[in-house]
Design a protein. Structure first.
Length: 111
């Protein structure tokens, strides 16, 4: 397993609907460059993320893109304010995004 053995199949855009400008507000955590690694991701013992992981701090109306090979996770929301965003993905038609079986209506008919 690992990003060096996967192809880019999916790109997602996330549109932020609420502010996540403070730490511990449920921000997305990304590992820059993880989509091009040729070795396993190194996470120091006792930590949840690699040393170069960044926690995004976004305002409502901000957007960001990432691909399927980018290591990412949702942060813990320790506030009383809900974290809201809209996530849309683009992938090849043979790659289901949010379901296990792609409906036949989503597949183009072959002539």
């Amino acid at each position: 397993m690992g990003p060096h053995r996967c192809v880019r199949l999916l790109i997602k855009v996330v549109y932020q609907l609420s502010n996540t400008m403070t730490p511990l507000s449920g921000n997305t955590v990304l590992v820059p460059g993880s989509n091009t690694l040729t070795r396993p991701l190194e996470i120091p013992e006792g930590q949840n993320d690699p040393e170069n992981a960044i926690e995004l701090q976004l305002k409502a109306g901000d957007a960001f893109l990432f691909e399927n090979r980018t290591s990412h996770r949702i942060g813990l929301n320790r506030t009383k304010v809900p974290r809201k965003c809209l996530m849309m993905g683009y992938s090849y038609s043979f790659t289901p995004l949010d379901y296990d079986v792609q409906p036949s209506s989503a597949c183009p008919r072959r002539l």
